[in-house]
Design a binder for this molecule. Structure first.
Ligand SMILES: O=C(O)CCC(=O)C(=O)O
Length: 206
């Protein structure tokens, strides 16, 4: 059953200090992962606002010689300030400032994904379009709505790292993570409600 409290409206959307409760995991091969549970207060309210205001798009993709539906809805903003909710730009600023030393440049773009239920997912991949195919970078992900399992595994094999991301949580992949590790959001056999993820990246990285 979908928990309605996850999507409760009317709360104020506020960003808590990033450093409070943040845990860094060294993944190996120069990659690291930061996890800051409950970074966004009022995540249910923000979920509702973005679900209604973002022009979600369905994509189709060539796979094994067939055109198939991409199992999630997406929207990409080259300029974060264009997102129809000021709190997303506030997140971008806070993250750019916190990760300034690792980045050397601000986060600029925001990709958004809407996972409608447990059948929606994203397959194993690294964000390797652009410089991140060979340069270290930071990709910050904010989760709103239903809890989903985020998995990472080293490219070429090795033990996977799994983490359940809940509403308001912040997950940040850094160092070599995009070119030495892959990540995915697996399908869920349990009934789960919708989830929105926001991915903040530097310009020219996707
Ligand atoms: O939804 C997520 O948490 C991951 C999204 C992702 O990896 C991507 O869109 O490249």
């Amino acid at each position: 059953m979908v928990q309605d409290t996850l999507f409760s409206a009317g709360e104020e959307v506020e960003l808590r200090p990033i450093a409070d409760g943040l845990v860094r995991t060294t993944l190996g091969r120069g990659a690291w992962l930061d996890f800051r549970p409950g970074w966004v207060a009022g995540a249910g309210e923000l979920f509702g606002r973005l679900e209604r205001s973002v022009p979600w798009m369905a994509e189709r993709r060539l796979m094994y010689e067939r055109i198939v539906d991409v199992p999630r809805l997406v929207c990409f903003y080259e300029d974060c300030a264009a997102v129809p909710d000021a709190s997303v730009e506030e997140m971008r600023r806070a993250l750019s400032s916190y990760y300034e030393r690792s980045l050397g440049e601000p986060l600029e773009t925001v990709g958004m994904c809407l996972y409608r239920d447990g059948n929606d997912s994203v397959a194993w991949h690294g964000d390797r379009v652009g410089r991140s195919s060979h340069e270290d970078t930071v990709v910050a992900i904010v989760s709103l709505g239903a809890t989903r399992r985020f998995v990472l595994r080293p490219r070429g094999g090795g033990p996977a790292f799994r983490i359940d991301v809940a509403t308001g949580d912040l997950l940040v992949m850094g160092g070599s993570c995009q070119h030495t590790w892959d990540h995915a959001v697996s399908k869920s056999r349990r009934p789960v409600g919708p989830r929105i993820s926001l991915q903040f990246r530097t310009r020219g990285v996707r």
